[in-house]
Write a protein that binds this ligand. Structure first.
Ligand SMILES: Cc1cc2nc3c(=O)[nH]c(=O)nc-3n(C[C@H](O)[C@H](O)[C@H](O)COP(=O)(O)OP(=O)(O)OC[C@H]3O[C@@H](n4cnc5c(N)ncnc54)[C@H](O)[C@@H]3O)c2cc1C
Length: 579
C-alpha cells in the first residue's frame, strides 16, 4: 500500500476546492496540500455555470437587501448568521476574482455590470456573459497553479475517509490510471465534491455529480442536513436537460403557455406590468417550477417528444442583445433544440439542478468529526435553506471555500500527529473490500446501469416537484429493495486501468445511500416549505418544522433528528412575491 502525507487534503477541484487550495497556498505557504479530483479540475461542474455570481456592489443596493432576499428565498430555513457572514464577505471575494483575472462583463462606463436574478429585489448578479462558471473556474485554476505547495492528484477517485480515534486523517483513493488504491493522509480533510443531481433522471448536472462527499461524511457519522430540499430549475431543454440560464429571464425573457399567455400571473407571482423584481419570471425557482406542474395539469402546456413544456420567449430582446449577453443560450438552443431564439421561442421544462442539503457543517465548514471540513455544494452550511436563490452558489464556493481552508489549516497546526500505520491498514482493508466485492466477485446478476435507472425513476416518482406521504413511503420501500439487489451487482469489466464500470458501481453505492437519506427526510417533514411541497400537508408549519432535518446513517433506515434554525434579525413571515 503506497501512502502519501500532507497537512491538508482537499477532495475536489471545482470552485470550492480550488478556492480552498488558493487560500492554503497563499496564506499558509509552509503547509503541504493535496488536491484530489476524480476528473481534471477544469472538468468540474463549476465550469458549466452560466448566469452569474451574486454580491452587493452598487450604491443603490444594500447588504440588508441581499440578506433579506436570501432569508425569504430560503423560506426561513437558512441560518441567518451564515447568511449575514456570506453577504458581508461576498463583495470582497468577487473583487478578488477580478484581481486574479476574471473577465467580469462591464457597463459602458467601465464599472462591473450586474443583472437581475430570480427572487432578488435588485440587480446584483455579476456575470461574464453567460459563461460565468467557465471564466471563474479558469481564473481559479490558473491562480492555484502558481503555488508550489499544492500537489495535484488529477483522476484519482476517493472511496473512503480514513478515521482513527474519532479524527479524520486522510482518504483512500484509487489512481484511475493504474487502478491501485493509495492512502493519502492529511491532518485535516476538506470535502468539496459538489452536488448529487444524478440521483434523478432529468438533470442539468454533469455525470460526475453523484454525491460522493456527502456519502463519505455520512458513512463517517456526520449527519446529512436538509436533504429533502432539491431544486428544480424552471428552464431546462426537454430531452437533454441542458440548462437555459436564469440570466435569459434576467435579461427580459418571458414564459408563456401554449396560448402565448404569461401564465405565471395566475400563480401569485404578480401582474406582468408594471415590471417588478421578485415577480413573474423573476420569482424564485421553486414557485416557477410548481406553477409549471399546475399549468400542465390544466392542459395548457405544449407537447414535445420529451414531455410537456412551456415557451421561453427571448425574441423581443433582439439579436444584438442576445449575442452580447446570452451568446451561449443561443448556441445551446440552436445545437440541442434546433431553435434559434432570435426567431423562435425555446421549449423548456423544469429540471433537477441543485441539492440544497448536504454535509452538516458550521459556518467555518467544520463537521462534528474533528479534522473533517466541507464546502461548496456538497456541504449544507445552511445558506440556502429550503430554496437556493440563483447566483448565490458560485459566491458560496468562494466565501466558504476560503473559510474552510482557514479552519482546516488551524486544525492541522494544532493536531500534528498522524496515526499513519493504522490509517494505512484501513486503506488496505478498503482495497480488499473493493476487490472482493466487485473485481474478484463470482456470480451476481444485477447490472449497474439497470439499478441506476431504477433508482432515478424511483426518485423522480417519489420526490419530484410535488410529493405525498404515500408516494414517499413507496419510494422508501423501493430504495431499500434496490439496496438489497445491489448486493448482487456484477461487473463485466474486471480490469484495473481506467475501469469506468468500477467507478460507476462505487458512485451508485453512494447514490443509493444518500437517496435513502433524502426520501426519509422528505417523508418525515409533514409540511410544505420552499422546494419541498407535500400534497397531503400543504401549509408551512413553523411550530413543528422551523428546523433542519438531520439524517444519520444506521445499518437499517436512516435516523431522522432535527436541529434549530438560527434566526438573528428576520423572524419568520409569509413568503410573498409579485407585490
Ligand atoms: C449547468 C449549471 C449551471 C449553473 N449555473 C450557476 C450560476 O450561474 N450561478 C450559481 O451561483 N450557481 C450555478 N450553478 C450551481 C453551481 O455551479 C454549483 O453548485 C457549483 O459550481 C458546485 O461547485 P463545487 O466546487 O461545490 O463542486 P463541483 O464544481 O461540482 O466540483 C466537484 C469536484 O469534486 C471532485 N470529486 C467528486 N467526487 C470525488 C471523488 N469521489 N473523488 C475525487 N474527487 C471527487 C470532482 O472531480 C470535482 O473536481 C449551476 C449549476 C449547473 C449544473
Amino acid at each position: 500500500m503506497e501512502s502519501h502525507e500532507y497537512d491538508v487534503v482537499i477532495v475536489g477541484g471545482g470552485g470550492a476546492g480550488l478556492r480552498a487550495a488558493i487560500e492554503l497556498g497563499e496564506s499558509f505557504p509552509k503547509l503541504r496540500i493535496a488536491v484530489v479530483s476524480k476528473v481534471y479540475p477544469m472538468r468540474s461542474h463549476t465550469v458549466a455555470a452560466e448566469g452569474g455570481a451574486a454580491a452587493v456592489i452598487k450604491s443603490n443596493d444594500s447588504l440588508e437587501n441581499h440578506c433579506h432576499d436570501t432569508v425569504s428565498g430560503s423560506d426561513w430555513l437558512g441560518d441567518q448568521d451564515v447568511i449575514e457572514t456570506f453577504v458581508k464577505e461576498a463583495p470582497d471575494e468577487l473583487i478578488r476574482m477580478e484581481h486574479w483575472g476574471c473577465p467580469w462583463s462591464r457597463e459602458p462606463n467601465g464599472q462591473v455590470a450586474v443583472r437581475p436574478f430570480g427572487g432578488m429585489v435588485i440587480e446584483r448578479t455579476w456575470f461574464a456573459a453567460d459563461k460565468t462558471g467557465f471564466h471563474m473556474l479558469h481564473t481559479l485554476y490558473q491562480t492555484a497553479l502558481k503555488f508550489q505547495s499544492l500537489k495535484w492528484y488529477d483522476e484519482w477517485f476517493v472511496t473512503k475517509l480514513l478515521v482513527d480515534n474519532g479524527r479524520c486523517q486522510g482518504v483512500a483513493a484509487i489512481e484511475l490510471l493504474t487502478g491501485q488504491l493509495h492512502a493519502i493522509l492529511g491532518k485535516a480533510v476538506i470535502l468539496c465534491t459538489g452536488g448529487a443531481g444524478r440521483l434523478f433522471p432529468f438533470t442539468t448536472n454533469g455525470a460526475i455529480k453523484t454525491g460522493d462527499g456527502m456519502f463519505l461524511a455520512y458513512q463517517a457519522g456526520v449527519a446529512l442536513k436538509d436533504m429533502e430540499f432539491v431544486q428544480y430549475h424552471p428552464t431546462g431543454l426537454p430531452g437533454s436537460g441542458i440548462l437555459i440560464t436564469e440570466a435569459a429571464r434576467g435579461e427580459g425573457g418571458i414564459l408563456t403557455n401554449k396560448d402565448g399567455y404569461r401564465y405565471l400571473q395566475d400563480y401569485g407571482l404578480g401582474p406582468p406590468e408594471p415590471f417588478r423584481k421578485r415577480a413573474m419570471e423573476l420569482g424564485p425557482r421553486d414557485r416557477l417550477s410548481q406553477a409549471f406542474v399546475q399549468e400542465e395539469a390544466k392542459g395548457r402546456t405544449i407537447s414535445t417528444p420529451f414531455g410537456s413544456a412551456v415557451y421561453l420567449d427571448l425574441r423581443h430582446l433582439g439579436e444584438a442583445t442576445i449575442n452580447k449577453k446570452l451568446p451561449f443560450v443561443r448556441e445551446l438552443s440552436k445545437n440541442y433544440a434546433g431553435i434559434d431564439p432570435v426567431y423562435k421561442p425555446i421549449p423548456v421544462r423544469p429540471v433537477i439542478h441543485y441539492v440544497m442539503g448536504g454535509v452538516d457543517t458550521d459556518v467555518e465548514g467544520a463537521t462534528v468529526v474533528p479534522g473533517l471540513y466541507a464546502a461548496g455544494e456538497c456541504a449544507c452550511i445552511s445558506l440556502n435553506g429550503a430554496n437556493r436563490l440563483g447566483s448565490n452558489s458560485l459566491t458560496e464556493l468562494l466565501v466558504f471555500g476560503r473559510r474552510a481552508a482557514h479552519a482546516a489549516a488551524q486544525f492541522a497546526a494544532e493536531n500534528p500527529a498522524l496515526a499513519s500505520e493504522k490509517l494505512k491498514a484501513q486503506a488496505s482493508d478498503e482495497q480488499e473490500r473493493i476487490a472482493s466485492q466487485f473485481i474478484r466477485k463470482q456470480g451476481g446478476n444485477e447490472r449497474v446501469a439497470t439499478l441506476r435507472l431504477e433508482l432515478n425513476r424511483l426518485m423522480e416518482a417519489g420526490a419530484g416537484i410535488y410529493r405525498s406521504g404515500d408516494g414517499l413511503q413507496k419510494a422508501c420501500s423501493g430504495i431499500a429493495a434496490l439496496k438489497d439487489r445491489f448486493r448482487n451487482v456484477a461487473l463485466d469489466d474486471r480490469s484495473l486501468s481506467y475501469n469506468t464500470e468500477l467507478i460507476s458501481v462505487l458512485e451508485l453505492e453512494f447514490l443509493l445511500d444518500i437517496g435513502q437519506s433524502l426520501l426519509h427526510s422528505a417523508l418525515c417533514r409533514t409540511e410544505s416549505r420552499g422546494s419541498h411541497q407535500r400534497t397531503d400537508h400543504t401549509a408551512r408549519d413553523d411550530q413543528k418544522f422551523l428546523k433542519h432535518s438531520m439524517a444519520y446513517r444506521t445499518d437499517a433506515e436512516p435516523r431522522i433528528e432535527y436541529k434549530d434554525v438560527v434566526i438573528t434579525r428576520w423572524p419568520p413571515k409569509e413568503r410573498v412575491y409579485g407585490k
